[in-house]
Design a protein around this ligand. Sequence first.
Ligand SMILES: Cc1cc2nc3c(=O)[nH]c(=O)nc-3n(C[C@H](O)[C@H](O)[C@H](O)COP(=O)(O)O)c2cc1C
Length: 231
Amino acid sequence: MSQKRARNEPETRKMMDKRIQKLSSQRREYFSIPMDESSLAADPIIQFDRWFDEVLRAGQPDPDAMTLSTATAEGVVSARVVLLRDFDHRGFVFFTNYQSRKGRELAVHPRAALTFFWFSHNRQVRIEGTVEQVSIKESEEYFQTRPRGSQLGAWASPQSDEIADRNTLDQSMSEVEQRFKNMPVPCPPFWGGYRVKPERIEFWQGRENRLHDRILYTLHQRVWKISRLAP
Ligand SMILES: Cc1cc2nc3c(=O)[nH]c(=O)nc-3n(C[C@H](O)[C@H](O)[C@H](O)COP(=O)(O)O)c2cc1C
């Protein structure tokens, strides 16, 4: 990997000052419908389904995009965006390469946090829990629903590994295209789903004056307890 020389110091400082000005002027008020305990579902999965449905209907782009945070055994945290592909009472499912950085981290520390931000409704949902791989059958079934290009891409990319250049990736894709020419692309053994089994789900509704509503569901011996947090 080539190394770029660091920018000269005063120029960097000027740029940072400008950016701080720009970011601090990025303010908006959150005027939304209040979130009232009496209108909430007793079950957070049902509550999530309601919110997800409302966001879907509002046509917000990528409502299924969520930030997945994982950590190493030493507690070094990393985060990236993945797509929610299924959810029910068993948990929240996404698909990825099991040998990727997140896959390696989940192998040694099977806990994760998921964060959704739904701009259209001033809403955030935070989910925390343990993680397990979905069954091979589930991964294979989902893999078969993906466009062929994405299926080939899963074989071609050693996700998270350092590669020499773009050409290496394109060449790998050409080889995979040849390998699976005129045949269905099977699900790679190193690719599949994870299910985040929630223990804690917070629904955050943006309100005026930063006095947001925060409703937390925590799982205690299979029963969800509901509480309210200060914003
Ligand atoms: C909108 C969006 C959706 C994404 N969806 C996925 C996904 O479902 N699965 C996945 O492995 N990577 C997905 N990515 C790429 C990841 O953010 C990330 O680059 C990749 O998984 C490698 O992460 P890692 O090196 O931390 O394992 C998505 C990225 C964006 C911006």
